[in-house]
Design a protein around this ligand. Sequence first.
Ligand SMILES: C[S@@+](CC[C@H](N)C(=O)[O-])C[C@H]1O[C@@H](n2cnc3c(N)ncnc32)[C@H](O)[C@@H]1O
Length: 196
Amino acid sequence: MFYSIPPAMQARMQELEARDARERALGLPTAQRLRQVAPDTGRFLALMAAAAPAGTYVEIGTSGGYSTLWIALGARSQGRKVVTFEIDPQKVHLARETFHLAQVEDVVTVIEGDALAHLPALAQIAFCFLDAEKDLYAPCYDLVVPRLCPGGWLIADNVISHREVLQSLVDRALADPRVDALVLPLDRGLLLCRKG
Ligand SMILES: C[S@@+](CC[C@H](N)C(=O)[O-])C[C@H]1O[C@@H](n2cnc3c(N)ncnc32)[C@H](O)[C@@H]1O
């Protein structure tokens, strides 16, 4: 999979990595930055997406579509599709450009709007990547976990970098008998939850 990333996808990934690094170096305000996952987290998401069971693949927080590209890489290897939610119209515009240039429009659908309004309509979630504002994590967790299919994954980013605000949710997940949960200290810290 990593040795056969299509050139168009690879080129857009590199472009977004450079832009994200530039924005961080300049210290731009949060709302103006892509705030995307680190490349190794992207590779991890691709591996998990390739290994997830059949069902709905969803992402909460698209930004410019960088993490979505990694998820799409894994999903496409299994013939699956991805739905990704983004509330900021400018980010949606950028993400659509990403999916067009990377030639993944057959795999990815971006939906503009509040993910919280759309999650109740989903069922049989096999893979969910949660990477939005931190006050959304608990309500998203409560909507996603009951909708996970057996063996389905919920993966949330930033649980170490934002430990102060996310620790109570992490503690809840670690004690939740509906899922097997673990914190993986990769990059900014990932919470992994697998439905039993
Ligand atoms: C950390 S960024 C996502 C980065 C992206 N996952 C990546 O790695 O390339 C978080 C994104 O969540 C979006 N967001 C915030 N609240 C949202 C909501 N209620 N529904 C959907 N997206 C939301 C923000 O606009 C922002 O673009």
